[in-house]
Design a protein around this ligand. Sequence first.
Ligand code: IVH
Length: 673
Amino acid sequence: MSRPSKSDAQERILKLRALINDYRYEYHVKNNSIMSEAAADGLKHELTQLEELFPELITPDSPTQRVAGEALPQFVSVEHTSRMLSLNDVFNEAEIKAWEQRITKLLPADTKLHYFVDLKMDGFACALVYQDGKLVRGVTRGDGFVGEDVTMNVRTLDSIPLSLKHDGDPKFLSGRTEIRGEIVMYKKDFEALNKARAKAGEPLFKNPRNTAAGTVRQLDPKLVAERKLHFHAYDLQRDNAKDIPTYEFAYKTMNDLGFITNPKATTLKSTDEVIKYSESWEEKRHDLPYGTDGLVVKVNDRAVYGQLGVVGKAPRGAVAVKYAAEEATTVVKDIIISVGRTGAATPVALLHPVDVAGSTVQHASLHNQDEIERKDIRVGDTVIIFKAGDIIPQVKQVLTELRDGSEKKFDMEKELKKHPLEFVRDEGEAAWRAKDRGSPIILKRAVQHYASKGALDIEGLGEKNVELLVDAGLVKDLADIYALTKDQVLALDRFAEISATKLIEAIAEKKNPPLPRFLNGLGIRHVGIQTAIDISEQFHSMENLAKASYEDLAEVEGIGEIVAHSILEWFADESNKELMEKFAKLGVEPKIARKIEGPLTGLSFVITGSLPGIGREEAAEAIRQRGGTFQSSVGQGTTYLVHGENVGDSKRAKAEKLGVKLLPAEEFMKMLD
Ligand code: IVH
């Protein structure tokens, strides 16, 4: 470019800055694109060149000055003009009402309270100070009184204006204007970041909040610029408090000044409306780009809010309304070994009972020795529990900070030695298995499983009776139950004439079970009811299945390498061959699987999250009974993704990609009716 005159350059620079700034604002605050990224880059390049020619024309709010500067040796502490407070939590309707009562009592009798509500974002609090409309400082919350100066870092965030936008009341562009808000990392950016880290073999970040916090609180602005962070505003402060009469006004003003605010934040007239609002977001919030765990409810009138004062670290005039935790912390009381129907020894954590996502959790599978070591779970540890797939409780993380030295490591091998059974761990296997698969302990589990609801569903053959039958030596394998006589059963402690007759009848009734139930009942490793259904639809009989090759098996939708091998292994085992012969001799013949025709024929369903009043297995069975197909994961053939309270982002994305329809639980229940 030929050298322009300084005044021409100045004119051009101002225009370029304004346009680049408009682009940034539309893109990062309004989610709107007024030109391509390439075009905007072109403008930035021209601006940089002009500023290089005339460095004296550079201003701190020029878009070129967002570029990350040099790393700092350390952060400088800055005192907040007014304390950055926390919020007290309330968890339910009663607690919201109690809060309202408490504050009403402190106010003149005729005060009519309105509430301003916003979602509580899961991020990192930050205060931005603007002097005469220019960003002069970004400060972390710190201890509420004193924070760290992170100006260098926040300047790299595109959602933070370097100079305030000139919409609305000009008074906010003069003097000191402080904007407070939350720096958040969007869930999709967090996932992408961790994916990239996994690929590079780098340690993964725990969650978006920690990542955002850690990013803002590190000394190299270049790193901040690389991570995609967003600032969402929630508070506006001026030296003259009268400048901002209400929170509603604060949000509108912050919006005019160029900040992202939640467009759904609103003023409500009663706590009943607050409760409704809270309910309306309980599911929807999972669709937001950032994480939320509740609402922030504030008395809208800021004079009244101020009048209510502060207790401890929290203002009386606001509360956080929290949703039922999908995670909770509790203590590992003990770790025990549980032996399943296949003889696998699974370590299980016994927990102090804790509510997680609406149910009480008392134990969590720790899977295997490797998992315990990887997470370093010890007896006595305080742990974070979550529900995997919204259903199965799992230990997410140990809070090692809370250890006092009394925690005990769990030595799986040592514990296994104490167990009445002998266990072996095969090459390349994570699980320890009982050496003697015929041991009474495993046999009991196997029979219980065979008789359980998801398998043969034999009434009267629960845990206690199975124990009795096995201990009496009457049942030595699964087929033996069909050989039981009334007299044999009558001789046992718990039985009388009627109960013995009933049990024998209940068993005889199940001599021709549906093939999938029978297959599930056999307890072949990795073959649960869903796999059993998939297999049955392909092979139609035990005879066909017994003849199937690896290739035949692997062809079945939903069967992978591990399952195929497990099935082959099962049929190759001599004792299983004998068992099948024994079943046949005793007249046990599974029914050839025939597809049921019904209102759901041709439709396939995947269920995610918990459904109201109906268990997952029950729902699956209901689908099958009506001719539909139940699938364990979303695939090409899925028609509907039935969702309980929430749909995980990845599942939703996959469903959308494959054109699978999302079906809320209530609609699904109507379909079953
Ligand atoms: S208003 C007295 N609104 O939650 C503080 N805070 O537990 C009132 N937060 O420090 C702040 N989303 O970091 C407010 N929409 C929101 C928020 C929000 C997240 C954070 C904020 C605050 C903490 C209080």
